[in-house]
Write a protein that binds this ligand. Sequence first.
Ligand SMILES: CC(C)(COP(=O)(O)OP(=O)(O)OC[C@H]1O[C@@H](n2cnc3c(N)ncnc32)[C@H](O)[C@@H]1OP(=O)(O)O)[C@@H](O)C(=O)NCCC(=O)NCCS
Length: 187
Amino acid sequence: MTSQTEGSGYLVRAVRPHEWAAVKALRLDALRDPVAPLAFLDTYEEAVARPDSFWQDRAVGSGEGSERARQFVAEAPDGTWAGTVTVLREEPGTEDWSGAAVERRQGHVVGVFVRPGHRGNGLIGALFDAGVEWAWEWGAERMRLFVHADNGRAQGAYRRLGFAPSGLVVSFAKDETENELEFVRER
Ligand SMILES: CC(C)(COP(=O)(O)OP(=O)(O)OC[C@H]1O[C@@H](n2cnc3c(N)ncnc32)[C@H](O)[C@@H]1OP(=O)(O)O)[C@@H](O)C(=O)NCCC(=O)NCCS
């Protein structure tokens, strides 16, 4: 799936299974963002130490053609990957990656990142459009994501894109502080 973001010159598309090196490079840049400790569960040090096979598996598992997950990127006119979102497919009766029961057929948005020079221009909306469209194709009833209570900018973007807090608050941190808010967007 590809789409040209109107008037912007970005090409939003799914990653291809062989593009693991670019997937890795974008993730490592995301993990060096000042907001990374709030935004992502892994660290730069953990990620950079992973073997190539980890990134190869990720690119195949969430690349074009995979039914389990789909990573979308926005390519700028110079070829830079300017931003990304990944949608995980969740089915009722299964457990999500954190071990919690899944009760609805839904798309779970993770790995949301837009490079600083490309923020505030609507690109995040184009990336979400691609991810949501993919999830509606396989019958998702809703979209959900988790966002840190202190990540105001991300929350602002998600609200503008039609998401709202569900009331569920969880902790992924080792200190068990409950600080991740579930945001949902019904179909
Ligand atoms: C989160 C991210 C993808 C959003 O993309 P973006 O292009 O920066 O988002 P936008 O600028 O379009 O939207 C942010 C909104 O929040 C508002 N905002 C900015 N800072 C804010 C703050 N501290 N508190 C509340 N709202 C804030 C903005 O005004 C804007 O709302 P508006 O369009 O209604 O004016 C991007 O900032 C990013 O990659 N951040 C680092 C990684 C990250 O946090 N990922 C999310 C993990 S859950």
